[in-house]
Design a protein around this ligand. Structure first.
Ligand SMILES: NC(=O)c1ccc[n+]([C@@H]2O[C@H](COP(=O)([O-])OP(=O)(O)OC[C@H]3O[C@@H](n4cnc5c(N)ncnc54)[C@H](OP(=O)(O)O)[C@@H]3O)[C@@H](O)[C@H]2O)c1
Length: 285
């Protein structure tokens, strides 16, 4: 049987991937590759220590792994080097396949995160290991996670204008990952993955208002003002700058994608905004 290794298995996407993967293949075929093994005891699969910052330990941890899912790390600015450590180790351990969670149109986007994703894709190609690039659009949770805050301030602030967002939930993206890991025909392919439905932040606020019975407007601010508001709300300067920048990219259309490749891959429509908001609201009711 093919052994599948999953990095970032204790992260939000990784946990969903493990949960879905154990329904498609026996648990003994799955290895969670995690930076903190004590966080992974509940996953129900073999756990191996795997810290991207410890290159000397990575190749031995990949022993016997046929397929590797590299979930991109979350330390912005350090990821190209971290991912390079993983790819070198995969080569050394004769891993036969790498699936990588990249960013939507990472070769042609204004989203500031794209450099490290593109660099990682190039390193994987250069390694000669067969691959699939899962270029993920925005997670719907990027917006639903702040619903409690939005309800408190009774307004949704942003700088995305009428930019359309084709987001999908982590669960939708995890289903796509599992499909690619457990079925053939994805070798050396690059998928642009996003939700079926596209909405603006005006639409988001209108749906939230409808479901809560409250009048919650979307307030579109000039980008400098939005960035300042984020800093005032307590966000570190660099994060505020990144988030504000992502709204500018949204207005430019960089989060819009109409190819429906994710629903095609998973064989069902992606989760609607209506359902994602309802689910988020149910969590604090
Ligand atoms: N498209 C989007 O909207 C969007 C949104 C958020 C994130 N992302 C990207 O997608 C990835 C998965 O998302 P997520 O929501 O699951 O993020 P997450 O919960 O932050 O998960 C990131 C995972 O990376 C692991 N990690 C970080 N540094 C590591 C290191 N040095 N060595 C080994 N593992 C390390 C973390 O380990 P621990 O569990 O030990 O912390 C965690 O499991 C993120 O890392 C990010 O690249 C995309």
């Amino acid at each position: 049987m093919m052994k599948i290794g999953i990095t970032g298995a204790t992260g939000q996407l990784g946990q969903k991937v493990i949960e879905k993967l154990t329904k498609e293949t026996a648990a003994e075929n799955i290895v969670a590759l995690v930076r903190n093994p004590s966080k992974a005891s509940g996953l129900g699969v073999e756990v191996r220590a795997f810290d991207f910052n410890q290159p000397e330990n990575l190749a031995s941890a990949l022993e016997g792994i046929d397929k590797l899912l590299l979930i991109s790390g979350n330390e912005i600015g350090k990821r190209a080097e971290q991912h390079s450590n993983v790819i070198n180790a995969a080569k050394q351990a004769a891993v036969k396949y790498i699936a990588y969670t990249s960013l939507l149109r990472t070769d042609n986007t204004s989203i500031s995160l794209s450099d490290e994703h593109l660099e990682t894709e190039k390193m994987i190609k250069a390694s000669g290991i067969p691959f699939t690039f899962l270029r993920h659009g925005w997670y719907t949770e990027n917006y639903t996670a702040s619903i409690a805050e939005v309800l408190k301030t009774e307004a949704l602030y942003g700088s995305s204008g009428n930019g359309l967002i084709s987001s999908a939930t982590r669960s939708d993206f995890a289903a796509g990952v599992v499909k690619v890991l457990t079925t053939d025909a994805h070798i050396n392919k690059t998928y642009e993955l996003a939700g079926d439905e596209a909405y603006t932040l005006y639409d988001f606020a209108a749906e939230l208002s409808k479901q809560t019975g409250k009048d919650i407007p979307y307030v579109n601010l000039p980008v400098a003002e939005y960035e300042q508001a984020l800093v005032k709300a307590g966000l570190p300067e660099a994060l505020a700058q990144f988030l504000a920048g992502s709204h500018v990219s949204t207005e430019k259309g960089d989060l819009f994608e109409n190819g429906h490749q994710l629903s095609e891959l998973i064989g069902r429509p992606t989760t609607s905004l209506k359902d994602a908001i309802a689910e988020a609201l149910s969590e604090f009711n």
